[in-house]
Design a protein around this ligand. Structure first.
Ligand code: NAP
Length: 260
């Protein structure tokens, strides 16, 4: 089951954090993985590390998903190298904070350009090869923030992540005749390099709000992405699945750790 050996997989935002974790799971499973991000040295470094993870090939591609032309060039480069695209993990995103009272039009545009428009551009650019493969898979990285929860300073980010789901549902209908599925993962608090920099006290506070008692790992997201990308998940489309250790379930603090 879940044979991803030899599949051609594009992961945007794969140089670090959740994207790297997703790319690593696919590389270990034997897929050919294209690592996409904007920073050339980080793309080369991540692709080099991933190359040693499995029998498949790794390709580093510099692209800005907020630019449709850059997305088209990225897709063409992957097809030229791997012969096609079976799976797109549209994961790249940015999370700057901006309180509503002081948020500028530029703050809002920056987040929507990458998180929402960038998702749509990446999907559009990969549509032809995903259709050609006969069982294309698209996995979006959304968030619990927006679709389920809120967090002060992230109203624009939450809006972008909820909007990804609105896009996904209609895309699922349009892509079903092409035998392409599209689903979204909603990560909770995942221990990425960025979050680790916040310090032990911050991380302990975050973990205390999670019924599972710990933050998630990038691989936790990668494992669901791998399942949704598999042949076996072919009847699942247009769905949003939280991977959050139960973080979005408690009604109140005392429900996080109920007394025995
Ligand atoms: P991260 O560590 O900051 O990594 C972001 C990645 O995206 C980097 O590889 C970055 O490389 C790339 N990227 C950013 N803008 C890009 C653009 N315009 N074009 C191409 N690549 C771009 O982020 P993360 O925390 O792993 O988050 C990844 C995704 O998960 C995001 O969509 C985020 O909203 C979502 N998420 C994260 C968490 C969490 O706990 N971390 C929780 C819920 C959802 P360059 O900057 O070099 O391009």
């Amino acid at each position: 089951m879940f044979d991803l050996n030899g599949k051609s997989v594009v992961v945007t935002g794969a140089t670090k954090g959740i994207g790297y974790g997703i790319a690593e799971v696919f590389a270990v499973a034997g897929a050919n993985v294209a690592v996409v991000a904007r920073t050339a040295e980080e793309v080369a470094s991540a692709a080099g590390k991933l190359d040693a993870c499995g029998p498949g090939r790794t390709l580093g591609v510099c692209a800005d998903i907020a630019d449709p032309e850059s997305c088209r060039a990225m897709s063409a480069e992957v097809v030229a190298a791997f012969g096609g695209i079976d799976v797109l993990c549209s994961n790249a995103g940015i999370m700057p904070q901006a309180p509503l009272a002081t948020m500028t039009a530029a703050d809002l545009a920056a987040v929507l350009d990458v998180n929402l428009a960038g998702t749509i551009f990446a999907v559009q650019a990969c549509l032809a090869p995903l259709t050609a493969c006969g069982a294309g898979r698209i996995v979006l990285t959304s968030s619990i923030t927006g679709p389920i929860t809120g967090y002060p300073g992230w109203s624009h980010y939450g809006a972008s992540k909820a909007a990804q789901l609105g896009f996904m549902r209609t895309a699922a209908l349009e892509l079903a005749p092409r035998k392409i599925t599209i689903n979204a993962i909603l990560p909770g608090n995942i221990l990425t390099e960025g979050l680790a920099e916040m310090g032990e006290q911050y991380l302990a506070g975050r973990a205390a709000a999670i019924p599972a008692g710990t933050l998630g790992s990038p691989a936790d997201i990668g494992h669901l992405a791998a399942f949704l990308a598999s042949w076996e998940a072919g009847y699942i489309t247009g769905q949003a699945i939280a991977v959050d250790g139960g973080q979005t379930l408690p009604e109140s603090f005392d429900a996080v750790r109920p007394a025995e």
